[in-house]
Design a binder for this molecule. Structure first.
Ligand code: ADP
Ligand code: MG
Length: 351
């Protein structure tokens, strides 16, 4: 006998599946900005400009001067799992581009209104086309365009009432976007970045291409940060553990802040690593008398096969082979650097 309240399993409609998946990839306005900027970087741009209205809910606009998108590709551009970057699963092991899953643009079209304007090298004019739910809303229209691609995302989460309400009340996504662009700008120093509120004359992040990391940090985070940094560097090619390279800047004992700023790139990917951040905070608290929270910029290079980039829907975290060993090494390096600089300072003050 079948009790009549037994739940029946149904197959979800594609549009439901896609919207649910999209909500995971694009969690908030800043996640859309991250995906768009990474696409611009992947397109070998040298200048990336971001404009935002209403914390990104009304409008996110990212313009680049990259290689553009081929006319023939426009019909499938925003379909799920369409990409120019990955073809076999094995490619994931050696992938250099930020993107690889072909999900970002598609996701945006399921939770917002997306318009793409693009021109490829050697073309006389560009094309503009709008997308909804993975598909073009009309044929691409010829239009005037400057080199590269501009993507507009309008009315984000218009069809996700709860998400939109929560975000409207929090209203701090613009600062998250500024923070994101700041991070990109001090890592990709050969590119110029800007980020502003739509229509504003002044940009809140504005960098020009430079060869000096310290200059980039100065222009983004200010002199009070840049003047209080120590350079850290490590090379390790002990094949028994793992081959890694690290370089960065860490705040010295004169720096003071209530919150840790940890800007971490692993194989050129902006990621978070809670374990490493904690380890750094522990070193600072133990080494420096007045326990200020540190500023840390760190770029780590590892063999690609030691980094799993596909562990998080927003690619915010990566998982590392022999993470503990690596963190241990960085921790002792930072500790001795801090100790040395502090002793030198104390010595200077005494003489
Ligand atoms: P992924 O980056 O994982 O490939 P996306 O959905 O982010 O997936 O983008 C799909 C494709 O659209 C990319 O593979 C790329 O070919 C193209 N594309 C997206 N943004 C740009 C851009 N700004 N310039 C040039 N091509 C782009
Ligand atoms: Mg992408």
């Amino acid at each position: 006998r079948q009790p009549k309240e037994l739940p029946k399993i149904r197959r979800l409609h594609d549009s439901v599946v896609n919207r649910i998946a999209a909500g995971e990839v694009i969690q908030r306005p800043v996640s859309a900005v991250k995906e768009l900027v990474e696409n611009s970087i992947d397109a070998r741009s040298t200048a990336i400009n971001v404009a935002v209205k209403d914390g990104g809910l009304k409008l996110i606009q990212v313009s680049d001067d990259g290689h553009g998108i081929r006319y023939e590709d426009l019909p499938i551009l925003c379909e799920r799992h369409t990409t120019s970057k990955l073809s076999t699963f094995e490619d994931l092991q050696s992938i250099k581009s930020m993107g690889f899953r072909g999900e970002a643009l598609a996701s945006m079209t399921y939770v917002a209104h997306v318009t793409v304007t693009t021109i490829t090298n050697g073309q006389l004019h560009g094309y503009r086309v709008s997308y909804k739910d993975g598909a073009m809303e009309h044929e691409p229209k010829a239009c005037a365009a400057v080199k590269g691609t501009q993507i507009m995302v309008e009315n984000l989460f218009y069809n996700m009432v709860a998400r939109r309400k929560t975000l409207q009340n929090s209203a701090d996504d613009y600062s998250k976007i500024v923070d994101l662009l700041s991070r990109f700008a001090i890592h990709h120093i050969g590119l110029s970045f800007s980020c502003r509120k739509h229509g504003a004359a002044r940009a809140d992040v504005h960098t020009v291409a430079t060869s000096s990391r310290l200059d980039a940090i100065k222009s983004v985070y200010g002199v009070s940060v840049a003047h209080n940094l120590l350079k850290v560097e490590a090379q390790d090619d002990d094949p028994s553990s793992s081959i890694f390279e690290m370089n960065g800047f860490i705040s010295n004992s004169s720096y003071s802040a209530k919150k840790t700023t940890m800007v971490l790139f692993i194989n050129d990917r902006l990621v978070e690593c809670t374990a490493l951040k904690r380890a750094m905070e522990v070193v600072y608290a133990a080494t420096l008398p007045k326990a200020s929270k540190p500023f840390i910029y760190m770029a780590i290079t590892l063999p690609p096969e030691h980094v799993d980039v596909n562990v998080h829907p927003t690619k915010k975290e990566v998982s590392l082979l022999s993470q503990e060993v690596i963190i241990g090494k960085i921790q002792s390096l930072v500790e001795s650097k801090l100790r040395n600089s502090n002793e030198a300072r104390t010595f200077q003050e005494q003489t």
